[in-house]
Design a protein around this ligand. Structure first.
Ligand code: AMP
Ligand code: GLY
Length: 423
């Protein structure tokens, strides 16, 4: 098969790494890709949302399958674009159709879905510029901290958690009336604050059947001890040690099953990954959010633990026979640590040469914001590379990642030295 992966992050390098291992994959393209995917696939410099350019690429190279990494093309309807085109509709697309991608594209849509299907989540109400005053009143009925969420996609920045009521009111006005997050905050969801520890559950579905992948925990804050600004994710651990068998059964029964049957009931066509962001409140899981894709850097610890051929899995999803697939998981733990550009998640410099890669042993380096420049590999983004390792325990795995990080260098390189600290 000829396969195309859309995206350019550590997640997509990991997809490419796993896909390239499959005997079913004859030729692999990544658009736009990075310096990591360049070593195992053919990078094509087109944007993930330029559907016409994607179409030309698919037709030119007789591509049989497209695996969509990030949410933007899904929310914009890339899967529907393929289905609605006579010359593309035979191509297998891994990722939900536009109507289902609204689970990530709109927080209000996701909350309505959760309530309609009785899936545990925080209480909420949503507001728009015409009822800001009602929003203030609703805030007055809640206990701090206050959780405000821009309804639409806001590049991971659209959630505010505030301790002070007046500040919460001011921010609500900022979002709704002054368009703090542009169109994304023309509607705002205000939620009950849930106090607990977070984890993520990853589900594959073909719309009828599902398979649960290993859990993972991501470290989102820039600073050690979970302090400072939110990032895309600074490291991850899989499995999550506190997710006991009993807790996983609750997740499956109370959350995964009603999600998959809910998608079918609501006619939301879904062939792809569901990333369920969870919080453990007491002994019970509650849904914080849905994403319609894999997580990054969670992919860098989840896929290395998948022993099954991923292309077999994707084929089964496309053909709606996921029930026939046996998902085999490596018992070892996997951890990853993200190396980031100094200054990230605020402004940072690019084009810094990365050295020491040839000395890495017993870890896998997944490139993210890194590109080839002549013979060199240089930084091109905030999150630069993820160093993944296996171990019998997550502690053993994380030690290997840090040992290898000592051999790597670029100007102003930064990373968290405490991944897994809270487990
Ligand atoms: P989201 O984009 O919905 O995942 O929210 C981003 C982050 O905000 C989550 O990873 C949580 O850490 C936090 N968060 C979101 N909703 C809540 C909530 N209802 N209670 C507590 N924390 C929340
Ligand atoms: N690491 C969080 C995300 O991918 O959304």
């Amino acid at each position: 098969m000829t396969i195309l992966i859309l995206g350019s992050g550590g997640r997509e390098h990991t997809f490419a790494w796993k896909t390239a291992q499959s005997p079913l994959c004859d030729k692999l393209f990544v658009a736009p890709g990075n310096s990591g995917t360049a070593q195992i696939a053919t990078n094509v410099n087109i944007s993930v949302t330029d559907f016409d350019a994607i179409k030309d690429l698919v037709l030119k190279h007789h591509i049989d399958m497209v695996v969509v990494g990030p949410e933007d093309p899904l929310v914009q309807g890339v899967h529907d674009f393929f289905l609605n085109d006579e010359r593309l509709k035979h191509v297998a697309v891994i990722g939900p159709q536009k109507a289902a991608a609204e689970l990530e594209g709109s927080k209000e849509f996701a909350k309505e879905f959760l309530f309609r299907h009785n899936i545990p989540t925080a209480a909420y109400q949503s507001f728009n510029p015409s009822n800001v005053e009602d929003g203030y009143k609703f805030l007055e009925t809640l206990n701090p901290p206050y959780v405000l969420k821009a309804d639409g996609l806001a590049a991971g920045k659209g959630v505010l958690i505030l301790d002070d009521l007046n500040e919460a009111k001011a921010e609500l006005k900022n979002m709704l009336v002054d368009a703090k997050f542009g169109d994304a905050s023309s509607k705002v969801v205000i939620e009950e604050f849930l106090d607990g520890i977070e984890l993520s559950c990853f589900v594959l579905t073909d719309g009828k059947h599902y398979k649960i992948l290993p859990t993972a925990k991501d470290y989102k804050r820039i600073g050690e001890g979970d302090t400072g600004l939110n990032t895309g994710g600074m490291g991850a651990v899989s499995p999550v040690p506190f997710a006991t068998k009993e807790f996983l059964t609750k997740i499956e029964e109370q959350i995964v099953k009603p999600t998959v049957t809910g998608l079918a009931k609501d006619n939301l066509p879904y062939k792809g990954f569901i990333f369920i962001g969870l919080i453990k409140v007491g002994d019970d899981p509650k849904v914080i959010e849905y994403n319609v894709r894999m997580g990054d850097p969670e992919t860098e610890v989840v896929l290395p633990r998948l022993k099954t051929d991923i292309v077999e899995v994707f084929k089964a999803i496309a053909e709606e026979r996921l029930n026939e697939i046996n998902i085999e998981i490596d018992e070892r733990a996997a951890t990853t640590v993200m190396l980031v550009s100094g200054g990230y998640p605020e402004s940072y410099e690019k084009g810094k040469e990365i050295s020491g890669l040839e000395h890495v042993e017993n870890s896998i380096v997944f490139h993210a914001g890194a590109i080839e420049k002549g013979e060199k590999i240089v930084t091109s983004g905030g999150r630069v590379m993820a160093i993944t390792s296996y171990g019998n325990t997550y502690k053993e795995a994380i030690k290997k990642s840090y040992q290898n990080i000592d051999k790597l260098h670029f100007d102003k390189m930064n990373y968290r030295k405490d991944i897994g600290f809270d487990l």
